[in-house]
Write a protein that binds this ligand. Structure first.
Ligand code: P6P
Length: 337
């Protein structure tokens, strides 16, 4: 890890990758960096302060909102609203998209979508959690409030995406379409320092990540893929290893570095899958494709899906190219009766 290339310096250095960039995207990434530091501080002392546990409310997903979910949501919104790059935010914790109405926001060029604290139900048991973000250029006229169309853009239109993983160390991993870069937070100097430049995920791997407790409810092709992973064929590096943390950012991050596949198919309780297209699947899809991997709903490339609703869910298969292609083959060969 180099102490001499902080996230801030790297963003400015790479700004030249953006023709006609006026530095707004760079400033926007700096806002995310600030909010990540604030959330990281709270998460690291969550066990000591009465900020874990639930608030006794549910979000639009019907999921019990954790105190830190709302804390993270508020901090990221505040950091973004205090600057002039974003005209509005959509969040897992907000039923509708939030328009920023201050004058300095109305002329902003970007919108941001986020899952402010993914996997937050794991906080009380000290499992890694994460923030996921996705950034688009607005399509509605600058100077007017953002519209639904600004947020319902296909993943291919993203200008930046990334996540913060609050784990054994805190990292910020992002792409602006010029590779994936990882920065590790050094609390002794209060900076994110470049630790993984131009991350590429292995073409294949030996880790599959899925909640096998739902096995009997999986589509037939997914069941057959799981059995394929468990079949012992040493010359093909099988059986694979099953690793499932129950926190997308943590499972994704490990598989990105080591090679592997994360699967969240449709199940009875989630007939269109559990993960949300706009602020979980699209940003992770942008990252994995930039790192040489694939992201699919089992048949289609995630980033080609035209969104219809802010919180819509899709089946999600993401990771090493050869592994995603293999599960797509099983799904194609075993259409559900
Ligand atoms: P299950 C967390 O709620 C999340 O959205 C992802 O972070 C995680 O991978 C998944 O759901 C876990 O879902 O149904 O296996 O508990």
């Amino acid at each position: 890890m180099s102490e001499f290339r902080t996230l801030g310096e790297f963003i400015v250095e790479k700004q030249s990758d953006f023709p006609h960039a006026s530095g707004e995207l760079s400033s926007l990434l700096a806002s995310i960096r600030l909010a990540a530091k604030i959330v990281n501080r709270e998460i690291n002392k969550a066990g000591l302060v009465d900020i874990t546990g639930s608030v006794g409310a549910e979000n639009i997903q019907g999921e019990e909102q954790q105190k830190l979910d709302l804390y993270a949501n508020d901090k990221f919104k505040a950091a973004l609203e205090a600057r002039d790059q974003v005209c509005g935010v959509a969040s897992e914790e907000e039923d509708e998209a939030v328009a920023f109405n201050k004058e300095l926001n109305k002329n902003a060029k970007y919108v941001l979508l986020m899952d402010p604290l993914d996997g937050s139900s794991n906080i009380d048991v000290n499992v890694s959690v994460g923030t996921i973000f996705s950034i688009y250029r607005r399509v509605s006229p600058v100077g007017t409030p953002p519209t639904q169309e600004d947020f319902l853009q296909p993943g291919d239109k993203q200008v930046a995406a990334g996540y913060v993983i609050y784990g054994s160390s805190t990292m910020l991993v992002y792409t602006t379409g010029n590779g994936v870069h990882g920065f590790t937070y050094d609390p002794s100097i209060g900076s994110f320092c470049l630790s993984h430049e131009k991350l590429m995920t292995p073409e294949t791997g030996s880790i599959y990540s899925i909640n096998e407790g739902n096995y009997i409810r999986f589509p037939l092709g997914v069941k057959k893929y799981i059995k394929y992973c468990q079949e012992s064929v040493p010359e093909e590096n099988r059986p694979y290893t099953s690793r499932y943390i129950g926190s997308l950012v943590a499972d994704f991050h490990r598989n990105l570095l080591k090679g592997g596949i994360y699967l969240y198919p449709s199940t009875e309780s989630h007939p269109t899958g559990k993960l949300r297209l706009l602020y979980e699947c699209n940003p992770m899809a942008f990252l994995i494709e930039q790192a040489g991997g694939l992201a699919s709903d089992g048949k289609n490339r995630i980033m080609e899906i035209k969104p219809t609703e802010l919180h819509q869910r899709v089946p999600f298969f993401v990771g090493s190219k050869a592994m995603v292609e293999k599960v797509e083959q099983f799904i194609e060969q075993n259409p559900n009766e």
